[in-house]
Design a protein around this ligand. Structure first.
Ligand SMILES: [Ca+2]
Ligand SMILES: [Ca+2]
Length: 274
């Protein structure tokens, strides 16, 4: 809580500074003006009066319910269409022929998708066995939580819950694992947390799918839960949304599902709900 309060004060100060800078230098673009406030609500202002209009100002169950209604209005992809979508959403900013693999951080050719060693495949960050949704059109094809990953690293993660601790492994990029949990590398800890929180809000038991929820456990097995809540909240704070994650959210909104991950736009909404 303390860290969040400090950050909010800082955000207000930065936003004020940005406004002043804008007055002093009218040529400053909106993108430049908000670049230093990536953790602030200012980054989402374009959507607060439109997309998020019914959610802004709410907290707790009311906020969760509002966001659920908003983000459930979406286009759904087939599992085969996910391959091409990930080539765009997860493109390496430094090499348009490659995608970035989530946990390993490696850059790999877009054409090396498949199931063999050295290929990348479709990692379900919300493990599909937690709620048993498989790969039918629905949560199993929702690209807000689907990411390219090395076939072997995907298998190391398996269906483990998320927690701190464990040992490194080949091509893990600094990610760790032990017998009952997985810890992503630092640069994507917040990304992982915000994907999990998106899934918990998007899937509330409708349309024949399980009500996915975050809890405090690391032995959820096939129950429709993912842990560990306290750790995921900390990761959301420690690793605020960056340019890659924000672009990804925008591409999904503009070109594929036409819904947004509210926690990429408003990371402080995690604390407001949980
Ligand atoms: Ca990140
Ligand atoms: Ca839920």
């Amino acid at each position: 809580m303390l860290a969040i309060r400090i950050r909010r004060r800082k955000a207000v100060a930065l936003a004020t500074a940005a406004v002043l800078a804008g007055l002093a230098a009218p040529s400053l673009s909106a993108t430049e003006a908000t670049a230093t406030t990536s953790t602030a609500t200012a980054t989402a202002s374009d959507y607060d009066s439109t997309y998020y209009k019914d959610a802004v100002g709410k907290t707790g169950a009311d906020l969760k319910s509002s966001l659920h209604t908003i983000i459930s209005d979406q286009t759904k992809l087939s599992y085969s269409a996910v391959w091409d979508a990930l080539r765009t959403t997860d493109q390496d900013p430094a090499d348009s022929g490659n995608v970035i693999l989530l946990y390993s951080g490696l850059s790999r050719s877009k054409s090396l998708n498949g199931g063999d060693s050295g290929d990348w495949n479709r990692e379900h960050v919300w493990a599909k066995s937690h709620g048993d949704f498989g790969t039918s059109t629905g949560p199993g094809t929702d690209i807000h939580h689907l990411r390219p990953e090395d076939v072997r690293v995907n298998s190391v993660r398996g269906n483990k819950d998320f927690d701190n601790g464990g040992d490194g492994f080949t091509d893990g990029g600094g990610s760790l694992t032990d017998s009952d949990s997985f810890e992503p590398r630092d640069a994507v800890k917040g990304d992982v947390a915000r994907m999990i929180f998106y899934m918990a809000v998007r899937y509330e038991g409708g349309d024949g799918w399980a009500d996915l929820e975050v809890n405090g456990s690391v032995d959820n097995g096939s129950s429709p839960y993912i842990g560990k809540l306290s750790v995921l909240k900390a990761w959301n704070d420690e690793d605020p949304p960056d340019a890659f994650e924000e672009r990804r959210n925008q591409v999904i909104y503009d070109s594929y599902q036409h819904n947004r991950n509210p926690f990429v736009d408003h990371p402080e909404w995690v604390e407001a709900i949980w």
